[in-house]
Design a binder for this molecule. Structure first.
Ligand code: Q9C
Ligand code: ZN
Length: 651
């Protein structure tokens, strides 16, 4: 792989003769040396910046930028926002000979790991953002992107936190304001679109009216990292800085382009116009991206490019992006590329977004506008009801962390499960109306994968795990076992796909094509979900299949959806999981037979190879075989041949 310095060619003009902006990029392989002390997996991994850099090179865009290797921050610049003590503690890490000394220090901070190269990487990350910001402020560059790690926005004056050692963006902002007055930077807008609240940055400029800090983040009333009230919308700054701190705290996950762009259009952009910054620093975490294992939001590369484009209308386009979080390697690479293409202004932005913001998004936006209108007159108007009537109502299930990602981490899964239990309970006792309504309905849940084995399916009802499963199920709120079980075959194609799953490890898992094909027959085990809260169980199975968590507004799958699926055959739910497509296979005893599989568009991706077809793991095969054999459907040999056939035929 090329090192940063090798490609610092300055041919930022395009071959079509159009003039482009002079875009700076910082990349330095040295920042990859910061890693966990014993090589344990961690989401904030060295490959994050490597994949971004490789993507920019492969796409041919880094070659059109001015590329810099990193440079180390000076102590006195770090001390503009950090205590002397903090700077010297981080500096001392490199001289420590033993991991255990560093581990001791790391353990005193929240969510921090350290190795012998952490200090060097931290100084480089902060120094690189300083250098890039300086060049943009001077006019040597128009704008730029610092592809740095460790990230910075959680780091507070006297402590490291949340994978962050120094607050890179805050150091750069203070450097411009305090150390380089001759550059004429008097007002800085810091935009933080990382999915987490930028608590460190907020603290550092809390009383400073020269810095307008805007953070949009998943908050969930203080339940999302970094938990607490700091990210609340009532936190507007203090003293001379009052009104110069703006938090947009999402109440739920699954926020996507529509939600973020609504916050842009109805809060950030009008305020930015009034504030009229001299330069913009962007805490560009990409963990609100679709597919991120920690964020649970759904911003697309297109969404990021539109948000960035809108910011480029200010400060004559002087904008500096600094990488913060972002833990799905593919998502952060694609999102970064989209952003650099916007910086280069080399093509019109293409794409489209899902329809509307969530109802909760409008609620949050209205609350923020109300609170901040005391300081920013452009926020004073009440949003028209035509506007806020355009909304996606919140389904029961809130995307949290997908079951699908190989990048999932045991800690986060456990985290998610403990939340699930609490929230299930909350739903049960506080908001029960939909659960009561649905208790009068019967459905058959038809399974064609591992759930054909009853003990495995019961994990979704009773909780727990069976042999071969790498993950524990939380179970359903209603623990009544299925009342009736029967087997049937349906004319749908069974296949196996995906590289791996959290529950089964490496290997594909079972799907059926939602479309019927009379040449195919798939064996399915039907569990009768009868009266008394049984459809509630169906919802609980659905969310466990899709790695989702329960919210209190309405069920993901309700009576209306049931009618719809009976009429239309299949309906994709906006669940974000792999099994978010409900297919009605017909009726038995006048009860609808429902199954869950992927969407038609996912089938297309399997066909094209964009998502891999993969034979299932041994553990998964064994579970299916047990189901088929114990259910009296096939002999062991027949079952193995049946699976083998489905796994080896092209789609
Ligand atoms: N249960 C950034 O995105 N998660 N930091 C800790 C503890 C920490 C994220 C979970 C997430 C930090 C820069
Ligand atoms: Zn983050």
């Amino acid at each position: 792989m090329a090192m940063a310095g090798e490609s610092s060619n300055n041919n930022y003009g395009d071959c079509d003769g159009k003039s482009h902006r002079k875009v700076g990029l910082v990349y330095d392989e040295t920042m990859c040396k910061h890693d966990t002390p014993n090589g344990e997996d961690h989401p904030e991994c060295p490959d994050r910046i490597r994949v971004i850099w490789e993507k920019l090179q492969l796409a041919g865009v880094s070659q059109r930028c001015v590329v810099f290797g990193g440079s180390k921050a000076e102590d006195k610049h770090l001390q503009l926002v950090h205590t002397k003590d903090h700077v010297s503690v981080v500096k001392s890490l490199s001289t420590k000979k033993k991991d255990y000394r560093r581990n001791r220090i790391a353990s005193q901070w929240n969510s921090i790991y350290l190795n012998g190269s952490s200090s060097e990487a931290a100084f480089l990350a902060a120094g690189s953002v300083v250098e890039l910001a300086e060049k943009v402020a001077e006019g040597e560059l128009d704008c730029g992107y610092a592809i740095v790690r460790p990230p910075g926005h959680h780091a507070e004056p006297d402590e490291a936190m949340g994978f962050c050692l120094f607050n890179n963006v805050a150091v750069a902002a203070s450097y411009l304001l305090d150390e380089r007055p001759e550059l004429g930077v008097k007002k800085i807008l810091i935009v933080d679109w990382d999915v987490h609240h930028g608590n460190g940055t907020q603290k550092m400029f809390w009383k400073d009216p020269r810095v307008l800090f805007f953070s949009v983040h998943r908050h969930e009333h203080g339940g999302f990292y970094p938990a607490g009230d700091d990210g609340d919308h009532n936190m507007v700054g203090e003293g001379p800085g009052e009104g110069f701190n703006i938090n947009v705290p999402w109440e739920q996950g699954r926020c996507g382009d529509a939600d973020y762009l609504a916050a842009w259009d109805h809060i950030l952009i009008p305020v930015a116009k009034e504030f009229n910054p001299d330069i913009i620093l962007l805490s560009a975490g990409f963990d609100a991206a679709i597919g991120d294992p920690l964020g649970g939001c759904r911003v697309t590369p297109y969404g990021y490019s539109v948000m960035l484009k809108k910011l480029m209308e200010f400060a004559q386009g002087k904008i500096v992006l600094a990488l913060e979080g972002g833990y799905n390697l593919d998502s952060i690479a694609k999102s970064s590329l989209a952003c650099v293409q916007v910086l280069l202004e080399d093509k019109p932005i293409q794409g489209s977004s899902e329809a509307y913001p969530f109802e909760s998004t409008w609620r949050v936006i209205q609350a923020v506008r109300k609170k901040l209108s005391a300081y920013w007159p452009s926020l004073a108007d009440v949003l028209s009801s035509n506007l806020i009537d355009q909304k996606t109502s919140t389904p029961i299930i809130v995307f949290s962390s997908s079951d699908s990602e190989t990048e999932d981490y045991a800690d986060d899964i456990l985290d998610q499960m403990s939340r699930l239990n609490i929230e299930n309970h909350h739903v049960d006792t506080v908001s029960t109306s939909w659960r009561r309504d649905l208790s009068k309905v019967d459905v058959w849940y038809a399974s064609f994968g591992s759930n054909m084995w009853k003990p495995r399916f019961l994990c979704y009802i009773l909780g727990g795990q069976v042999e071969g499963m790498k993950k524990v199920c939380v179970g359903s709120m209603d623990k009544t076992p299925p009342k009736q079980i029967m087997w049937e075959s349906f004319p749908h194609r069974l296949f196996f796909g995906r590289e791996s799953s959290v529950t089964w490890g490496v290997g594909g898992v079972a799907f059926i094509n939602p479309l019927t094909n009379l040449n195919d027959q798939t064996h399915m085990c039907l569990y009768r979900i009868t009266l008394s809260n049984r459809l509630e169980q169906f919802n609980d199975v659905l969310f466990q299949e899709n790695g989702l968590k329960v919210d209190s507004d309405s069920p993901l799958f309700g009576l209306d959806t049931l009618q719809l699926v009976e009429k239309k055959g299949s309906i994709p739910l906006a669940s974000g999981g792999w099994y978010g497509n409900i297919v009605c296979l017909g009726k038995e005893c006048d009860i609808p037979i429902l199954t869950m599989t992927c969407t038609l568009s996912a089938v297309e991706k399997f066909k094209s190879g964009e998502i891999p077809l993969r034979p299932p793991s041994e553990a998964y095969v064994n579970t299916m075989v047990r189901g088929l054999v114990e259910g009296g459907r096939l002999s062991e040999e027949e079952a193995k041949a049946y699976i083998d056939n489905a796994a080896s035929k092209p789609l």
